[in-house]
Ligand binder design. Structure first.
Ligand SMILES: *Cc1c(COP(=O)(O)O)cnc(C)c1O
Length: 338
C-alpha cells in the first residue's frame, strides 16, 4: 500500500479503498452496496444537479490509545440528515441504515484511520442526493445515499491558535425562514463568494448576521459561534443556524464544568462585552476567534491580544477531544466503539 505520512495530512480529499451506497427505488431503500469507484453514474436530469436536492453530513472516527476506533455521535448525524431530507422533500433514510452504512465504510477502510499519536482522524462524509430525472420542479422519485471517508490531519498544524473573522453586511448565508437550519449544499453555494472575499481580506471566515434585521449574530459559514463571559457560555438562538452537534456537545461539557449555558439572540454590539469567542464544528472542534471585524461599520471586537486562545476555549477543546479519542470517560454514550 502507498504510505501516508499521518502527521502531514491536511483537510483535503485522499482516495480510500471503498465507499458504501444505498439506493431508493420503486418506493423503498435497497440493500447496502460496496463500491471501489470514486464516480457516480447519473442521469443528466437528476434533481440534485438542477434543483439542489442534496444534503450531506460530516462526522469523524478516531483511533484511541487502545487501538480501538471510535465514531462520534453517529445517532445525532443520522437524525440531522433526516431533518435535512424533510426540509427539501427527499426520501428519509432510516437511522439504522445510516449507522450501518457509516460503520461499514469505516471498517472497510480501517487502514486509513490515522494512529492515535498523529492527532489526525478519519473524516466521514455521508451524502444523500436526488437522482431521479425531472425537468419540471418536483422532488425526484429516486435517491442515492453514499458514504465515503478520507483521513484528515489535525486541524491546527501550528497549534491551537486564534484566527480572525469578519462581518460582511452585504451578504447573507440563508433566508430567515429558508434552509439555514438544515445541512444542504445550497447553503454552501450561497456562502462561497462571501467566504472568498473574507479570505482575500485575510480572515478565515465570515460571521453572518441574521438576514432580516442585520442586528443579531447567526453563525460562521461552516461552523457555529459561541461566546464566553465569566461563567457563561452563550451561543446565538436563530431559525437560520445549523444545529451543530459540536456546539450541542460543548454546551453539555460547559454545563458539566459548572458554567451557565445560555442560548439567546445576541446583538452584534454585545460582542464588546465578552471575553472569549470561538467557532465550533466537526472539522476543528473549536477554532478560537482572535477578533471580529465588522467591515462596513469599521468596528472591531478583540478577544485575544496575545495570539493565545482563552482558558475556557482551551479547556472545552481538550475535554471534547479527550472524549473523542477515548482518553476521557464517555458519560453520555456519545461514542460508538467499533
Ligand atoms: C456542519 C455545519 C456546522 C457544524 O456542525 P457539526 O455538527 O458541529 O459538525 C455548523 N454550521 C454549518 C452551516 C454546518 O453546515
Amino acid at each position: 500500500m502507498e504510505t501516508i505520512n499521518w502527521s502531514d495530512l491536511s483537510f483535503s480529499y485522499i482516495p480510500t479503498d471503498y465507499n458504501v451506497r444505498c439506493y431508493w427505488r420503486n418506493g423503498e431503500w435497497g440493500e447496502l452496496e460496496v463500491s471501489s469507484s470514486e464516480y457516480i453514474p447519473m442521469h443528466m436530469a437528476a434533481t440534485c444537479l438542477h434543483y439542489g436536492q442534496e444534503a450531506f453530513e460530516g462526522l469523524k472516527a478516531f483511533k484511541g490509545k487502545d487501538g480501538k476506533i471510535r465514531i462520534f455521535r453517529l445517532d445525532e448525524n443520522a437524525k440531522r440528515l433526516q431533518s435535512s431530507c424533510d426540509s427539501i422533500l427527499m426520501q428519509r433514510l432510516p437511522v439504522e441504515k445510516f449507522k450501518e452504512a457509516v460503520i461499514k465504510a469505516v471498517k472497510l477502510n480501517e487502514r486509513f484511520v490515522p494512529p492515535y499519536e498523529s492527532g489526525a482522524s478519519l473524516y466521514i462524509r455521508p451524502l444523500l442526493v436526488g437522482t431521479g430525472a425531472r425537468v419540471g420542479v418536483n422532488p425526484a422519485d429516486e435517491y442515492l445515499f453514499l458514504v465515503f471517508v478520507t483521513p484528515v490531519g489535525p486541524y491546527f498544524k501550528t497549534g491551537f491558535k486564534p484566527t480572525d473573522v469578519c462581518i460582511l453586511r452585504e451578504f447573507d448565508r440563508a433566508a430567515p425562514q429558508g434552509t439555514g437550519n438544515v445541512k444542504v449544499g445550497g447553503n454552501y453555494a450561497a456562502s462561497l463568494r462571501s467566504g472568498a472575499i473574507a479570505h482575500e481580506k485575510g480572515y478565515t471566515a465570515v460571521l453572518f448576521l441574521d438576514s432580516k434585521e442585520k442586528k443579531y449574530l447567526d453563525e460562521c459559514g461552516p461552523a457555529n459561534f459561541f461566546l464566553i463571559k465569566g461563567n457563561q457560555y452563550v451561543t446565538p438562538a436563530s431559525n437560520s443556524i445549523l444545529p451543530s452537534i459540536t456546539n450541542k456537545s460543548l454546551m453539555q461539557i460547559a454545563e458539566d464544568m459548572g458554567m451557565e449555558v445560555v442560548r439567546r439572540r445576541i446583538e452584534v454590539d454585545e460582542l464588546a462585552h465578552f471575553e472569549e469567542a470561538g467557532e465550533c464544528g466537526t472539522a476543528a472542534v473549536i477554532s478560537p476567534v482572535g477578533k471580529v471585524d465588522d467591515i462596513d461599520t469599521g468596528k472591531s471586537y478583540v478577544f485575544s491580544k496575545d495570539g493565545q486562545p482563552g482558558k475556557v476555549c482551551e479547556q472545552l477543546y481538550k475535554t471534547l477531544r479527550g472524549i473523542q479519542y477515548g482518553d476521557i470517560e464517555d458519560k453520555y454514550g456519545w461514542v460508538t466503539v467499533l
